[in-house]
Design a binder for this molecule. Structure first.
Ligand code: OAD
Ligand code: ZN
Length: 265
């Protein structure tokens, strides 16, 4: 066996033994759907765009149309993309039963949800209603979702029908402020409920799988360290080395779409 085959075999044994599996994903999971990551040297969004201008509240207030337009373009690209083999492998595992799976994602593209809905429709063995509900509720979006918007001043989400072709933000019907994407920007707190669930999962799981994240952004990057501190095995999947390798029991050096299907089958 070469190194990767041995690592995969070891990781498969860990997955088979797990009862409470937490899967934490980052932008690398959507790379094979054609969605750019943030920090890859040439293709990453932050190599080509200024995060201060495009991913902070100050940037939005300074030029709402520029920021809105950038998110609208990303939204269009996501709508035209499809879940890949990595999303599908996770979704099938969520429905399969056996281990209880909690999926924590930093991604705002909604592709995990789309993969789950596709898996539900495609399932021939008709998972029961409780399993479907549980799987739907077991996706935690730590950094929000680009498909949703909310009022900049805090009135909450607008009623349905806000979608527009306009390249500048629509206005909140209640207070007239611009609507902003419902994602976490630099300097902002994570949604409290999502963060609480992520911390609880890191404290309770018996296996953590970390896929396609550079491990640069906290608090998400902390989760595998919390698990490891408790002696829980961590599996890392990434074609490149990351700080998460330090706490990984097994590192699978490769693409999520190649590694996850055999790992979770
Ligand atoms: P990054 O862009 O920082 O890291 C992407 C990781 O995916 C890198 O480690 C790549 O090596 C890896 N990767 C690339 N292709 C892959 C593939 N096919 N399979 C597996 N891994 C692959 O993305 P994140 O770690 O998700 O925040 O970034 C974290 C946060 O920073 C994002 O959620 C975003 C950004 O600013 C917000 O927008 C709030
Ligand atoms: Zn408002």
């Amino acid at each position: 066996m070469n190194d990767n085959a041995a690592a995969l075999a070891q990781a498969r044994r860990l997955v088979a033994a797990a009862r409470r599996l937490t899967i934490s994903t980052g932008a690398g999971v959507s790379a094979e759907s054609g969605i750019p990551t943030f920090r890859d040297a040439l293709t990453g969004l932050w190599a080509n765009y200024d995060p201060q201008a495009l991913a902070t509240e100050e940037g939005f207030r300074a030029d709402p149309s520029l920021v809105w337009d950038w998110y609208a373009t990303r939204r269009e690209r996501i709508a035209a993309a499809a879940p890949n083999a990595a999303h599908r492998a996770i979704a099938r595992r969520q429905l399969a039963g056996g281990a209880d799976v909690l999926l924590i994602t930093q991604n705002v593209d909604g592709l995990h949800r789309r993969a789950l809905e596709e898996a539900i429709s495609a399932s021939t063995s008709a998972p029961d209603a409780a399993a479907i509900t549980h799987a739907r509720e077991s996706i935690v979006e730590l950094h929000g979702n680009i498909l949703r918007v909310r009022c900049l001043q805090g009135c909450g989400p607008p009623p349905p029908g806000w979608e527009s072709d306009s390249r500048s933000p629509p206005r909140c019907e209640r207070c007239g402020s611009p609507l902003r994407p419902d994602v976490v920007w630099f300097g902002e707190l994570l949604p409290e409920h999502a963060l609480a669930r992520a911390h609880a999962a890191a404290g309770e799981c018996d296996l953590m799988l970390v896929v396609g994240t550079s491990g640069q952004v906290y608090p998400a990057a902390q989760l595998p360290f919390i698990a490891r501190e408790r002696g829980v095995p961590v599996i890392a999947i990434n074609p490149e080395p990351t700080p998460i390798d330090e706490v990984a029991t097994v590192v699978l050096r490769g693409a999520a779409g190649a590694m996850l299907p055999p790992l979770l089958a």
